[in-house]
Design a protein around this ligand. Structure first.
Ligand SMILES: O=C(CO)[C@H](O)[C@H](O)COP(=O)(O)O
Length: 292
């Protein structure tokens, strides 16, 4: 019997992306570049985060025609973003038949208190997190995949590193915690105790955890894998670089060969000019602060 939208299917689908790169794309042409480079999925959106930053204003779910154009162009899974808490955008994307929904801080939040109850949907969701508590709250709401937030659109990997290190540190802490401390720890990080206990049992998050936000070179992508990411999301780092096709392939290779310095050297030799980066201290808006 075919089962659609069960937890096992959603979580298992996310598992299939492990060791891969998911690329933000804004056109059918970019989607084809991503597919040819070996992306495991694409994320359809109106603008990459660096351009969302520049444009300002309210960033919403991409237009349906844009998402359709991308879905028709490639055979790999297509993800698309909705605003935090925007149940209607999510219902529309589910009706459209996208493969995954990203409830993303990169778009302007629609609800200043609540995320979507993702259990209500058959389509799986990925959500951003900066620490274990945030990750487990999203999983409690039904997210089948987590990505650390980083600071999208900056080409600066420092926040992605901070968030991945924080999550991994907290997981190590939980692993070494006596059971009698779990309830108080769960209260302090604002996470359900059953999920904290699950983290202790598994020694990892109960769903896959990708890195995102600010990855701009093959070395950045390899670094995130070294820190324990299951895979990497890249947006601006590819399509704001001088040679997106080359950069896309190099980042895919780097995620595969993250533990092989000789290969990383070869991969990094001829990648063209990476995107320009931004200092975090100089940002007017920190996208990572959206979501709670
Ligand atoms: O929100 C995302 C993940 O779903 C973006 O794809 C990701 O954060 C892109 O960031 P950047 O443009 O810095 O690579």
């Amino acid at each position: 019997m075919t089962q659609k939208g069960t937890w096992m299917v959603k979580e298992g689908f996310a598992e299939m992306f492990k060791g891969g790169v998911i690329m933000d794309v804004t056109t059918a042409e970019q989607a084809k570049i991503a597919e040819e480079a070996g992306a495991v999925a694409v994320m359809a959106l109106e603008r990459v985060p660096a351009d969302i930053r520049k444009a300002g204003g309210v960033a919403r779910m991409a237009s349906i025609s844009k998402i359709k154009e991308i879905m028709e162009a490639v055979s790999i899974p297509v993800m698309a973003k909705v605003r935090i808490g925007h149940i209607a955008e999510a219902r529309i994307l589910e009706a459209l038949g996208v493969d995954f929904i990203d409830e993303s801080e990169v778009l302007t939040p629609a609800d200043d208190k609540y995320h979507i109850n993702k259990w209500d949907f058959k389509v799986p969701f990925v959500c951003g997190a900066r620490n274990l508590g945030e990750a487990l709250r999203r999983i409690a709401e039904g997210a089948a995949m987590i990505r650390t937030k980083g600071e999208a659109g900056t080409g600066n990997v420092v926040e992605a590193v901070k968030h991945m290190r924080t999550v991994m540190d907290e997981i190590r802490m939980v692993q070494n915690m006596p059971d009698e401390e779990l309830v108080t720890f769960a209260k302090n990080i604002g996470a359900p105790v059953n999920l904290v206990a699950k983290v202790k049992e598994l020694g990892r998050l109960p769903v896959v955890n990708f890195a995102a936000g600010g990855v701009a070179t093959p070395a950045d992508a390899a670094l995130m894998m070294m820190l324990g990411a299951d895979g990497v999301f890249v947006g601006s780092g590819i399509f704001k670089s001088k040679d997106p096709a080359k950069m896309a392939k190099a980042i895919v290779m780097a995620v595969t060969y993250w533990n092989d310095p000789e290969m990383l050297l070869k991969i990094s030799e001829d990648i063209g000019q990476p995107m320009e980066g931004l200092e975090i201290e100089e940002l007017d808006v920190k996208l990572q602060e959206r979501g709670w």
